[in-house]
Design a protein around this ligand. Structure first.
Ligand code: AMP
Ligand code: FES
Ligand code: ZN
Length: 312
């Protein structure tokens, strides 16, 4: 197998692009895909301050690495969810990356610890409010990401969602005709109202397998194990189905998700844009002042229920 660009020995084959690359040309390919995503979706510019949510997994650490190497001003945010063992191991990976690559690029790492802020870890909080851990976790992460970006004046918040994540999410939304979610599924969501950070997903053009290869080839030490709460989740099932289709017919994931984005872009502009809709329905939460459609946001409601539960 020879590199498509320079004809030396290839280290990775990419069936969906009908190509293979050596290490330097593969790195160039990966950086180029991110640069294209940033440009085509108008995610951020060279002067913007970016906050990258880093979980310790391959995708988000690779994203931080790529943005720094492309010359962007990108700091990291780790949310310690207090999941026994798993959180400590993933935090260690993030801290080590920040100490080495981060420091070399003058980037800093913010850490938010749920246990310190709320007096309990995510598992206990989810039990107290009677919700599946992953769903309570989603609410907490969304809140933490947005609050950190807004409080520290970042221009944009970036996550490591990749092509596999987005295609699986699209499949789930289509299977259940979640039209409201479909409308909001995209790689770049504007800061529609004050208090809402702009959110971007610069890895949406890269597959999970490609990011794993990037991390290994560039010696990024990441946590390989999945969150113990994710076992048996619907997302993993959808990813598995899409991977099977991808083997039979390379390029399926990309044409499914990118095709959706194309159609979304070509669709007639909605009579009321998403930003206008948000402006009409969102106002500050009466407890934490973050934007919400209700009197009290879902995060504060959850924490109030958890506190009531712990007093019982
Ligand atoms: P997940 O929801 O676990 O698939 O993660 C999607 C993205 O959310 C990751 O690529 C990260 O950017 C971000 N993320 C997940 N967990 C954390 C965490 N504990 N701290 C910071 N960022 C996270
Ligand atoms: Fe949230 Fe696993 S990362 S429950
Ligand atoms: Zn609130």
């Amino acid at each position: 197998m020879k590199c498509k660009k320079c004809k030396t020995k290839a280290v990775i084959g990419l069936p969906r692009h009908n190509a293979a690359f050596c290490k330097p040309c593969f790195n160039e390919f990966v950086h180029d895909q991110v640069a294209r995503a940033v440009k085509s979706e108008r995610m951020f510019g060279p002067k913007d301050r970016i906050l990258v949510a880093v979980s310790g997994g391959k995708d988000s650490l690779a994203l931080w690495d790529i943005l720094l190497k492309l010359g962007y001003r990108a700091d990291g945010l780790y949310v310690d969810l207090g999941i026994a063992g798993y959180s400590a191991r993933s935090r260690e990976k993030v801290e080590r990356f920040a100490e080495t690559t981060g420091k070399r690029h003058q980037a800093t790492l913010l850490i938010h610890t749920v246990q310190e802020e709320e007096g309990a870890g995510i598992r206990e909080l989810a039990d107290l409010v009677n919700r599946p851990t992953c769903s309570a976790c989603g609410t907490i992460k969304r809140y933490q990401f947005n609050r950190a970006a807004v409080d520290h004046d970042y221009d944009v918040m970036a996550t490591g969602h990749n092509l596999d994540d987005e295609a699986a999410r699209l499949l789930g939304n289509v299977l259940h005709w979640q039209e409201e979610y479909l409308e909001k599924q995209g790689p770049s969501l504007p800061a529609s109202v004050e208090g809402f950070a702009k959110k971007v997903k610069p890895l949406y053009r890269l597959a999970e397998r490609e990011l794993a290869a990037y991390a290994v080839l560039n010696r990024i030490d990441y946590i390989v194990e999945e969150c113990p709460m994710a076992k048996g989740s619907k997302m993993l099932l959808y990813k598995d189905v899409l991977n099977r289709l991808e083997i039979e017919s390379p390029g399926t994931k990309q044409s499914f998700y990118w095709g959706f984005l194309d159609k979304q872009a070509k669709a007639q502009p909605a009579p009321v844009s998403m930003a206008e809709k948000d402006q009409a329905t969102l106002h500050p939460c009466s407890l934490c002042h973050q934007p919400t459609t209700a009197e009290i946001c879902s995060y504060c409601r959850m924490m109030a229920r958890a506190k009531a539960g712990s007093l019982r």
